[in-house]
Design a protein around this ligand. Structure first.
Ligand code: HEM
Length: 145
């Protein structure tokens, strides 16, 4: 592993500004990538608040000061995501945006490798259903006549 990575947390590698850049790049990717259309549709038009919150969350999650915890009193992501149906498809769209964001900020291959599995695990904890089919999809057989 390179010197850049060895014995360092992602927070130490990226710093506060790097994490802000990553959160901004994440939402830019979400707006740009056609493959992220489903998760884009869940978000409000003004992304300023959620950009700040994602940066705050990632700061603590990456080994820096617990700024999200200080604001929200918890690091649990279940409640803020409860209004949305997040299945494997949405989880994978989120992860694709994060991959694109890491590319945008020119993260090293070592850092990408270090984050790959943990990012999958945190996205998987946010998933709250097995698929994205609306619960109330009505009868599958329509009686005629
Ligand atoms: C797995 C797929 C995910 C989807 C589809 C998703 C979607 C969303 C949506 C729709 C919002 C609300 C945005 C708004 O208010 O306009 C949100 C908020 C947020 N998401 Fe996610 N999210 C996902 C995963 C994650 C992950 C893995 C993290 C952290 C590593 C995260 C961190 C946040 C934060 C910090 C907020 C703001 C919550 C607050 O206001 O306290 N999300 N997300």
């Amino acid at each position: 592993m390179s010197d850049e990575i060895e014995n360092k947390t992602p927070y130490e590698i990226l710093g506060d500004q790097g994490i802000k850049d990553l959160a901004n790049a994440f939402y830019e990717a979400m707006e740009e990538l056609p493959l992220a259309a489903d998760i884009k549709a869940m978000h409000s038009d003004n992304l300023d608040h959620v950009k700040r919150m994602l940066a705050a969350y990632l700061t603590g999650w990456m080994g820096g000061p617990p700024v999200y915890l200080a604001v929200k009193g918890t690091v649990c992501l279940t409640e803020p995501h409860e209004p949305f149906r997040i299945g494997p498809k949405e989880r994978d769209q989120w992860l694709a945006c994060m991959d694109a964001a890491l590319d945008k900020i020119k993260a090293s291959d070592g850092l990408k490798q270090m984050l790959k599995e943990p990012l999958f695990r945190v996205a998987e904890t946010v998933r709250n259903c097995d698929d994205s089919t609306p619960k109330n999809k009505g009868p599958s057989i329509i009686a005629v006549g």
